[in-house]
Design a protein around this ligand. Sequence first.
Ligand code: GLN
Length: 473
Amino acid sequence: MRTYVDTIDSVLKGDTTIAAITDSTLKKIEDQSNLNHFITVATDSAPIAAQQADKRISAGEKLPLDGMLIALKDNLCTKSMRTTCASKMLGNYRPVYDATAVSRLMDNGAVIVGKTNLDEFAMGSSGENSAFGRTLHPLDNAYVPGGSSSGSAVAVTVGHAHAALGSETGGSVRQPAAFCGIVGYKPSYGRISRYGLVAFASSIDQIGVFAKDIPTTAALLDAITGNDPYDSTSAEIPPMNSLAKLHEYANTPLTIAILPDNIIKDCSQEVLEVYNKCLNTLRAEGIRFITAEIPASDAWIPTYYVLTSAEASSNLARFDGIRYGFRASLENSDDDIMTLSRSQGFGMEVKRRIILGTYVLSAGHYDAYYKKAQQARRLIYDGYKHIFSQADALFLPTTPTTAFKSGEKTNDPIAMYLSDYFTASANLAGIPAISIPAGTASNGFPVGMQIQTSNFSDERLLSIAHRFQTLFL
Ligand code: GLN
């Protein structure tokens, strides 16, 4: 698939139509359904949206995202398609409303091509925890594409969408973007309305964006950001205006913070090689580096899992087999409907988080775990504030390793959780962060590098990322 800019250019020249591109894309999705990247394909609604966009263009009324084909992670509510969260619990759930981000995409002319596979309720790092089966890595099907937004990452990678929405609680957009070799963006907390994003950990969740290039990412963000009265945590600031400002940092001198060696050394050899190559490229560009002081880096992952599990245990209490979603049959059972429905409706990983979350919130353990983790979250936030008082951005690998084999970490949750090592702290602090393709490792898999900046400096982040991506290509 060509980039969005190329696509819309050829549509405007009259060489092709959005309807034709949409039809051929829907066929490709069908032909490569073995990747298991889509849960529902918009075979009915996408062609209609495409025809409407073509009509607008012929009438000279082009909208900002006309001709952009977009895939949605299946934890974003859509009226026209079921929203499963890759869970048996919501297998046939049909929301009565569209998520704000989704309605803004449609209002701006985008064509939604379908709903993508994910780790159940966005809990996972590999795309393996889905009630609909695992998502495959397009380069080697024995490997995982990363998670939890596995299907959205694959859809963009193989050209079945110009861009995709995912969700980020601890790296679920940046990590699969790095494993697949594309761009993954996590905005500042409060930038994009969470209305209609099925909640995992509400004080941390954000909708994120996948694309192959920064201009497409920027155009999409400009269209969906901005205050939303339906989400009380959405920031009262105007929508982003990043596309127009992409060149703002193209030539400015930059001071970039990097992690101390004792943290970086945990990366695999393949990732380290690409990381060092990137540092040399940036040094040659005249970028000044400082080493960041990182307080409590060993607390990143425990803090993240204590807080997100606590919030998840509360958020997922609504799935009780009574109000909506899956209801178990009581025949031949002495159990109550709630226990039975939750036991049968949720997968292993979701149950693990609910149990852990309930434990850390329980009266006897609250102070030792939940309260401690809240204090650690504050330290992480303050640590970032200090870094950004000295540097324009922090530069670091997105993941400690490249894509791993399916099954390799399924029996070792701690090893799986460590794949979020470099991503989760940005979510805890609420800062914006991006993963950009940085090269191919000696094992043939892509490597992503990450840039993080201070709260609500999303436009600066995109501009720096645009400059770096050009250098790494
Ligand atoms: N891998 C992390 C987890 O399992 C991140 C999930 C996410 O960002 N949604 O919780």
